[in-house]
Design a protein around this ligand. Structure first.
Ligand code: SF4
Length: 236
């Protein structure tokens, strides 16, 4: 399927607000699909989830946390042992280096506690803005909106942003929503991206936001035109 171009202009603010209201009603129990018991486990799970499904991470972390339940234990781990456990998550050598270094940072610089400030989180090995946002939003219930590949794609298709970078997208989305909705909006967009607004083939005819979506309007129009063409040229 050819790549679906993003709209070149943003939708008006009132449309954006209505789109979010529909997503909120559609995904009332929005929460992370990663399983975790504390901020440390969530942080490690989010690092492992790069280029990997949450289901795969959830299948891996029980063994990892059984052996290394605390930052201190993971900080002292041998890379080869960790690699064996997280191998199926992809990029396992780099991820092993990152999670061990991250655990060491937490132990040496933050008294073995995951820090709660964005700058401190982003100073940990392997932690960028998106990972820090997930930990702030999910573990600490802070106002933060994480832009992953689903959020980036769905926000563009809906015309909520024309931003070139994840930070541009984050700025556009947080300008539309009140602070208390930021953390939930991440989940609405991720869930919608996984279930309906899929990367190669969005299911626009099943989408609750289709009437307000500039991309959906184009896709559905093309689909209708294609169906009419086939009807006209059907052999009798
Ligand atoms: S209408 Fe289509 S492109 Fe727009 S949000 Fe829904 S699934 Fe995505």
């Amino acid at each position: 399927m050819p790549k679906i171009p993003f709209p070149k202009r943003k939708v008006p603010r009132r449309v954006a607000v209505e789109q979010f209201a529909i997503l909120e009603r559609t995904y009332p129990h929005a929460e992370t699909a990663l399983t975790y018991e504390n901020a440390f486990q969530l942080l490690i799970a989010v690092i492992l989830s790069a280029q990997c499904t949450d289901a795969r991470v959830n299948a891996t972390t029980p063994a990892l946390f059984a052996r290394y339940p605390t930052p201190e234990r993971l900080a002292g781990a041998k890379a080869a042992d960790v690699e064996k456990i997280i191998r199926s998550c992809g990029f396992f050598r780099a991820k092993t280096r990152n999670i061990i270094a991250c655990a060491r940072d937490i132990v040496e610089r933050f008294h073995a506690k995951v820090p709660r400030k964005r700058e401190e989180l982003e100073s940990l090995a392997g932690v960028g803005r998106k990972t820090a946002s997930v930990v702030l939003a999910v573990a600490f219930h802070e106002a933060a909106l994480a832009v992953d590949t689903h959020v980036f794609r769905v926000a563009h298709r809906l015309g909520l942003t024309t931003g070139k970078t994840p930070l541009d997208v984050e700025r556009d989305l947080t300008a539309i929503l009140p602070r208390e909705k930021w953390r939930l909006a991440t989940h609405w967009l991720i869930l919608h991206g996984r279930a309906i607004c899929k990367a190669p083939r969005p299911l626009c005819d099943r989408c609750p936001v289709a009437d307000l979506c500039p991309t959906g309007a184009v896709i559905l129009r093309k689909k209708k035109a294609g169906a009419a063409f086939l009807r006209l040229h059907r052999p009798d």
